[in-house]
Design a protein around this ligand. Structure first.
Ligand SMILES: Cc1cc2nc3c(=O)[nH]c(=O)nc-3n(C[C@H](O)[C@H](O)[C@H](O)COP(=O)(O)OP(=O)(O)OC[C@H]3O[C@@H](n4cnc5c(N)ncnc54)[C@H](O)[C@@H]3O)c2cc1C
Length: 225
């Protein structure tokens, strides 16, 4: 089993749920659409911002307006903590105490830096689009020079990270509580995409994009949260 990259990311509560191998960490990052990025400003104010993100290789990318307070603070080198969570279901025990959730989560520590290289910036923008919806990048207009210029793109290496994973039934099957006449088990959470709503300005006769069709055909199995 892989070891934690540092003492800061060793899972201490429920250590059997901790995973440190890159394969597991990457798989969870790739399931999630939203990350929460925590940081402190130079005034020592703490914020935790939800944002879209993309993983490319060993890096997490985020992007936004150059005017964003968050992106400016992170680009200036603020230490950061990035978490992603995929909620897989409810865990219902006989006792209130043993109720839980099935989940996969990752916490990565590090510092973001601005991505200045044009090729890397374009690759990151492609990754953002493809992470949202695989196949979308080739269906849409590519970013203009102006759009590229006004977008701040930051990356953080995934070098100090841990995953924590819970799955399966509640923990009270082998306890005296199993005698209680209350249903216990796990209820999987499945999220699926609904019926697409065409943009009000969409011209008549434009067929649904292939990427959207594939998304709908894939059903709940492509669930991400
Ligand atoms: C699912 C999701 C995906 C997003 N993806 C992106 C992305 O890819 N790029 C991007 O730049 N932004 C994204 N955002 C918006 C992001 O959360 C911030 O609002 C944005 O980055 C502006 O940050 P700021 O620090 O400049 O905000 P400011 O406007 O400077 O923040 C000022 C105050 O506004 C409030 N605030 C700011 N953001 C939020 C929020 N999200 N919810 C509630 N209160 C808030 C807080 O009180 C904050 O202290 C996303 C938000 C969500 C929920």
């Amino acid at each position: 089993m892989s070891k934690a990259a540092s003492s800061r990311v060793i899972v201490r509560r429920g250590p059997e749920k901790g995973r440190y191998d890159r394969e597991t960490i990457n798989a969870i990052l790739d399931r999630a659409l939203v990350a929460h990025v925590a940081f402190a400003t130079s005034d020592h104010e703490i914020y935790c911002i939800p944002t879209l993100f993309a993983r490319v290789g060993d890096k997490i990318y985020i992007h936004g307006s150059k005017a964003s307070r968050t992106l400016r603070a992170l680009a200036a080198g603020a230490p950061s903590c990035v978490t992603v969570t995929v909620l897989d279901g409810l865990v219902l025990a006989r006792s209130a105490f043993e109720h839980s959730a099935n989940y996969e989560s990752v916490m990565a520590l590090g510092r973001f830096t601005a991505v200045d290289d044009d090729d890397e910036r374009l690759a990151a923008l492609e990754a953002f689009t493809e992470t949202l919806l695989p196949g979308r990048w080739s269906e849409v207009r590519q970013p203009s020079r102006k759009e590229l210029k006004t977008t701040s793109i930051l990356s953080m290496p995934i070098s100090e990270a841990a995953a924590k994973v819970r799955s399966g039934p509640p923990d009270d099957d082998d306890t005296p509580d199993a005698e209680i006449e209350t249903w216990a088990g796990a209820v999987p959470l499945e999220m699926s995409f609904g019926t697409p709503v065409p943009s009000p300005g969409l011209r008549d006769g434009i067929a649904m994009s292939e990427s959207v069709r594939r998304l709908l055909d894939a059903g709940p199995a492509r669930m991400r949260s």
